[in-house]
Design a protein around this ligand. Structure first.
Ligand code: BGC
Length: 392
């Protein structure tokens, strides 16, 4: 990977909120479940005293245990809930909308009052949350918006447009002074609303630099056809995503990267730039590009600050990641849940149009991390232990 890191482009500073649960609870037995074997359904909820009739106050549904990102969310929920009076259970959907529906039904049958859910598939999750809503359950979309339904009460999220913009800006800032730098675009799954927001944010920064000849698109005829448009419609983005989606799957990302490198001529190699949507896909794409003898250097983006990618950043194999402090999201989601359980109205900071209604939202900022600030942002801040990495 080319070392072209200039400054630390801090996008916005994450404001860590005090853990609400720690502040408002005294004794605890709250439990979240976890099945470290990655089973399709984790279930280990524990009961305690201050709960709904069946003993369960809050149900949490996360998309998959196969990505460290969501395992991290589970861990952070457990940390946050260790001092809670409310009982909680976490179930994983393992990338299946059917499993997700079953999970929600299970939690409904256990009498939850609040459902916190990061959907596997934004529109498909509508049916499940409508069933929850019909039972009077408050629905909080977590990280990913549930679209095309009026059955979502709240949304806690990172600033996903800023994530994409930070990725695009990193490529612009580190591409050097040359022109016609080959640009490889990759995106997340079309079933995830965030994939569009990330791409939209990145496009807003990259498009002017494609138009002025700094970058030349290497791997998407749809993006090339739209390269003069500063703002894309969702349908237009959908066309590009149709070509360059990773489906959030590192294997799919790897296969696509291999196919793309095989298809291009030498003018699309040399010193290149890669928009990779998240850390899991970035690592597998980086592994492909780094082994092509005609690729002399590459800059590649990511997001999530996954441990494996932090090691890649330290080793100079991944250029950057966008750190999304999951503790804040967990705090916000559980803070909202506790407000609802206590009969208070949760605080929100804005709205997100989900195609059906404006969902009241609370949004958190993100931080760009690269070799220059990995120590201060992730180690000195206590997010990770130095001993978890080598070569720091
Ligand atoms: C999340 C990312 C994650 C991706 C794949 C997105 O919705 O915001 O943090 O990497 O899904 O799971």
């Amino acid at each position: 990977m080319r070392k072209k890191i200039k400054s630390i482009p801090v996008v916005l500073v994450v404001i860590m909120l005090a853990f609400i649960l720690g502040a408002c609870n005294s004794n605890s037995d709250s439990d979240v479940s976890g099945n470290s074997e990655g089973a399709a359904n984790d279930e280990e909820s524990a009961g305690n005293e201050t709960t709904s009739e069946s003993g369960l106050s809050v149900g949490i549904v996360l998309p998959t245990k196969d990505e460290p990102r969501w395992v991290q969310d589970e861990e952070r929920f457990k940390e946050a809930l260790s001092d809670s009076d409310y009982t909680t259970e976490i179930l994983f959907s393992q990338g299946s909308s059917a499993k997700e529906k079953e999970n929600v039904e299970t939690l409904i049958s256990k009498g939850i009052e609040v459902l916190i859910i990061a959907p596997h598939d934004g529109p498909a999750a509508g049916v499940s949350v409508e069933a929850a809503k019909a039972e009077g359950i408050t629905v909080i979309a977590y990280d990913r918006l549930i679209t095309e339904t009026d059955a979502v009460d709240y949304y806690v999220t990172f600033d996903s447009l800023a994530v994409g913009a930070a990725q695009g800006q990193y490529l612009v800032d580190n591409a050097g002074e040359g022109t016609n730098v080959p640009l490889y675009l990759y995106a997340g799954a079309s079933s995830d609303n965030n994939a569009f927001l990330f791409f939209e944010g990145a496009w807003s920064v990259l498009q002017p630099k494609i138009a002025d000849g700094t970058f030349v698109i290497a791997n998407s005829s749809e993006a090339e056809a739209l390269q003069d448009k500063a703002e894309l419609t969702r349908d237009e983005m959908g066309k590009i995503l149709g070509q360059v989606t990773t489906n959030w799957d590192p294997n799919e990302a790897k296969n696509k990267a291999q196919t793309h490198l095989t298809a291009v001529g030498p003018e699309m190699k040399g010193d290149i730039a890669v928009l990779a949507p998240n850390d899991g896909t970035a690592r597998s794409i980086a592994d492909v590009f780094s082994t092509d003898p005609e690729v002399s250097s590459y800059i590649i983006t990511g997001q999530d600050a996954e441990k494996a990618s932090i090691q890649y950043v330290i080793d100079g194999k991944q250029s950057m990641t966008v750190f999304k402090d999951v503790r804040t999201l967990v705090t916000d989601a559980m803070g909202m849940a506790v407000d609802v359980l206590d009969g208070n109205t949760p605080e929100t900071t804005g709205n997100y149009d989900n195609g059906s209604i404006d969902v009241k939202a609370k949004q958190t900022d993100v931080i760009v991390v690269d070799e220059a600030n990995v120590q201060s942002e992730l180690i000195d801040s206590g997010y990770y232990e130095a001993s978890e990495f080598t070569g720091l």
